[in-house]
Write a protein that binds this ligand. Structure first.
Ligand SMILES: Cc1cc2nc3c(=O)[nH]c(=O)nc-3n(C[C@H](O)[C@H](O)[C@H](O)COP(=O)(O)O)c2cc1C
Length: 249
């Protein structure tokens, strides 16, 4: 049997018996999102209550959903990008002391360990570049590129899957494991991965509802993708990629 299957199993209760989580110890919870660097360029997105997109019946969005690898050259509108970010990681309600924030997707213990990076190539009113989504501000934050070097091709990082470079925008999700470990300690791995799946499924359905498409991608070079978004591979680890583009008419 492949020993990695052990990672799919929950630890036996006995193993967790003596474990005291950082939450139980009274340690301050980690921030709900990565702090925004002082002076970082921000682009405020269209607030969710002003978005009228996504009126397709849920039944149709579910029925039409498929992994889409052919995109038109049509740009994604600013409202469409705002809608997709709200649908995948948008905030519904925030604890007054910011201990938790309810979002449009579920996450074990409401820990929401994921960050969203975007390679925006063809989005109205968004200069091409790498951004991070700040859910509390519902804004894009220009992501610092370590060394300021030009970014490599994402298709190259994703096992030469050429359609990635034809996307209007590509979502890259990273995990900050400690957000979940603060509450669940050694029982966090499955929680983090399952939470990420929920995010991507919302992206699939939200895309269908606006005439766009996406394709979940796990085939990528881990070190190269971590470097692309500036994750150190330990306290922040890239997990999932999803190129998005309009469906050719
Ligand atoms: C975890 C996961 C990883 C995937 N990785 C890739 C990938 O690297 N490249 C790709 O083209 N499709 C990828 N897919 C898409 C699957 O190939 C696709 O979901 C499957 O063939 C079923 O097709 P459908 O999504 O259209 O129903 C992935 C899907 C999932 C859920």
């Amino acid at each position: 049997m492949d020993p990695n299957r052990a990672y799919l199993r929950n630890p036996p209760p006995a193993e967790l018996e003596d474990y005291v989580s950082d939450q139980r110890k009274g340690i301050v919870p980690p921030p709900l999102e990565k702090p925004i660097e002082p002076g970082a360029r921000q682009i405020s997105l269209t607030p969710p209550d002003r978005l009228t997109l996504g009126q397709m019946p849920l039944r149709d969005a579910i029925g039409k959903r498929e992994s889409r690898r052919t995109f038109s050259d049509e740009p994604l509108s600013f409202d469409e990008l705002s809608f997709l970010l709200w649908a995948t990681q948008g905030i519904r309600k925030v604890h007054p002391q910011r201990v938790w924030a309810m979002r449009t997707v579920p996450s074990g213990g409401c820990r929401h360990p994921m960050e969203t990076y975007l390679w925006a190539r063809n989005v109205d009113r968004v200069p091409p570049g790498l951004y991070r989504y700040a859910p509390l501000e519902h804004a894009l934050v220009a992501a610092r590129v370590p060394g300021g070097a030009a970014l490599p091709s994402l298709a190259g990082i994703c096992s030469e899957q050429s359609f990635v470079d034809r996307a209007a925008v590509t979502f890259i999700w990273t995990a900050i494991p400690y957000r979940t470990e603060w509450r669940y300690g050694p029982d966090s791995l499955k929680d983090i991965l399952l939470s990420c799946g929920h995010i991507c499924q919302n992206l699939y359905l939200a895309c269908e509802s606006i005439g766009a498409g996406t394709c979940a991608i796990v085939a990528y070079d881990q070190d190269a993708l971590d470097a692309y978004v500036g994750a150190d591979g330990k306290d922040e680890i890239s997990l999932y990629v999803a190129p998005v583009g309009k469906i050719p008419g």
